[in-house]
Write a protein that binds this ligand. Structure first.
Ligand SMILES: Cc1cc2nc3c(=O)[nH]c(=O)nc-3n(C[C@H](O)[C@H](O)[C@H](O)COP(=O)(O)O)c2cc1C
Length: 362
């Protein structure tokens, strides 16, 4: 839980020669400092749309190490993956594990999912007590098990229940409550505007909209015009999500929809520096941002170390493979590297191969 991981210490990432601006996090903090920081933020509130680019909740991906990497590139608000309200109430270790954070991982949005207003309220209380800066309610998950349980995207079809959940959660906590929705259930039932209005009436602090319907899953293009419609319909901050692969997409989404901020999902995989590119573009400081090869190598190593510290070496060696594949995608000769890494038996062999690959790139 939050406090348990506060002594979590990371090493400062050193700059490399010719590396330009290697502005990463400094993670070394004392436990007391960290605890103070969190309670202070709770009191003073947070400017959580600051850089206008947020990291999406991503199951199996947006854990503490990945959030810290994203934050080091200017992501101003990051979310945990969706956490079961039932699991939180049962206080199962596995579920509570999703709440692990550190002082630098603030402001943190914790996303919860469930179908019962009272259980969602109780879960929200637990999460808020642990220091979450805001609580997001999942109304977009298309996973069968979740839908069957009456949670996630199926709430788009049940506005009364959606309203009861938002009201109950809002009543239970004093931190901001946001709602992440989809465009609708399917093409013939696009109702994001209605649900956003309900969220506003029930006291939500912002609405996040993934501009695809439930039946699109993650395929097909996101229809940003729905984001524009929602923005016109409500007075709440609107965060647009879907198909931001490059900083220019973020700019285009804001221009086309007038959304207040963008949320990046898959575009951040292997490309967490997208947040720096977006920030540069939004602030007129430049175009896209790309780290040098040596910086990319360093990011990989640091991320991997954090992952090992977070999950233990054994689990990290497995779970980090996907990041290695993402981090090297598109680099010259990467298809051979990617094939080899997928079948590597252990950490040392993988690391040696990473070293060899980056050396071969010069
Ligand atoms: C692997 C994966 C896991 C996801 N997990 C969650 C989740 O836990 N909660 C949620 O609201 N959305 C989740 N999403 C959806 C994303 O947050 C985002 O809405 C979606 O990917 C669209 O944004 P993108 O086009 O930028 O990826 C997930 C998506 C992917 C690909």
């Amino acid at each position: 839980m939050f406090k348990d991981i506060i002594p979590f210490r990371f090493q400062r990432i050193t700059r490399r020669q010719g590396g330009g601006d290697g502005a990463y996090c400094t993670y070394v903090k004392e436990a007391d400092d960290a605890a103070n920081k969190i309670s202070q933020r709770k009191r003073i509130g947070i400017n959580w749309l600051q850089n206008k680019a947020l990291l999406a909740p991503l199951a199996g991906i947006s854990n503490l190490p990945f959030r810290l990497v994203a934050r080091s590139f200017g992501c101003s608000l990051a979310f945990t993956e969706m956490i079961s309200a039932n699991g939180l109430i049962r206080k199962s270790d596995k579920t509570l594990n999703y709440l692990r954070t550190s002082a630098e991982d603030q402001p943190l949005g914790v996303q919860i999912f469930g179908a019962q207003p009272d259980i969602m309220a109780e879960a929200a209380r637990i999460v808020a007590d642990q220091g979450a800066a805001l609580i997001d309610i999942n109304m977009g998950c298309p996973v069968k098990k979740v839908i069957k349980a009456g949670a996630g995207a199926i709430l788009m079809k049940d506005p009364d229940r959606a309203a009861s959940i938002i009201t109950a959660v809002k009543k239970a906590v004093s931190v901001a409550v946001t709602v992440k929705i989809r465009s609708g259930w399917n093409r013939s039932s696009i109702n994001a505007v209605d649900i956003a209005r309900i969220a506003e009436d029930c006291g939500a602090a912002a609405i996040i909209i993934h501009a695809r319907t439930y039946d699109q899953g993650f395929a097909g293009d996101a229809d940003w015009s729905i984001i524009a419609q929602v923005k016109k319909a409500v007075g709440l901050p609107v965060i647009g999500n879907g198909d931001i692969w490059y900083p220019r997409d973020a700019m285009k989404m804001r221009q086309e929809t007038s959304c207040d901020a963008v949320m990046v999902g898959r575009g951040s995989l292997g490309d967490p520096w997208i947040f720096k590119g977006i920030h540069q573009l939004f602030s007129g400081a430049g175009e896209d941002y790309l780290p040098t090869l040596s910086q990319r190598y360093e990011i990989i190593n640091t991320h991997w170390k954090m992952e090992a510290q977070f999950s233990g070496k054994k689990i990290a060696d497995k779970s980090f493979r996907k990041h290695l594949l993402w981090y090297t995608k598109g680099l010259p000769g990467s298809s051979r590297f990617r094939q080899i890494v997928s079948s590597m038996p252990d950490r040392q062999t993988m690391m040696d191969e990473v070293d060899r690959f980056f050396q071969s790139l010069g």
